[in-house]
Write a protein of this length. Structure first.
Length: 154
């Protein structure tokens, strides 16, 4: 038989255990983007010999990352301004507008928040396709803009 002290102790331990299960199981977010330099190379016939907009989007919110990772470049560029207005703390955008054959100086990446959860490149090509690439843990990235699509190395 439990005494009132033992009974209170068991209730307290039960509350602590349940609290740990509810709040203690969610790990803190971990940065997934470590890029510090971006190099952009534009071939002479890039985007069917037309200027191309390229954006590197750093995402700081999990739900927003899932949404952004599904957007095609066409949809992203059509919604870009609204996405920035709706998520001023959720995304950071670095953008370029380049022409075929242009020499582009490397750009340093400085994160606006401490935990970047994802990084996605979008290129606004004339040709059909998603024209979207999500990067991993690279510290240096080279973007190669070709005639109908782009690629990432690094």
């Amino acid at each position: 038989m439990c005494t009132p002290v033992k009974s209170s102790l068991w209730r307290f331990l039960g509350v602590v255990l349940i609290g740990q299960m509810i709040w203690g199981c969610t790990p803190d977010p971990v940065p997934e983007v470590f890029v510090n330099t971006i190099h952009v190379e534009v071939t002479s016939g890039a985007n069917q010999n037309t200027a191309v907009a390229v954006d590197f989007v750093v995402v700081y919110e999990t739900a927003l990352l899932e949404t952004m990772a599904k957007l095609s470049a066409g949809t992203y560029f059509a919604q870009k301004d609204q996405l920035r207005r709706d998520n001023p703390q959720g995304i950071q955008v670095m953008d370029w507008e380049v022409i075929p054959g242009q020499v582009v100086a490397p750009r340093e990446v400085v994160f606006s928040q401490p935990i970047p959860l994802g990084g996605i490149f979008f290129a606004n090509y004339l040709s059909p396709g998603d024209h979207r690439i999500r990067i991993g843990p690279q510290t240096e990235v080279k973007v190669l803009l070709g005639p109908d699509d782009f690629s990432i190395s690094g």
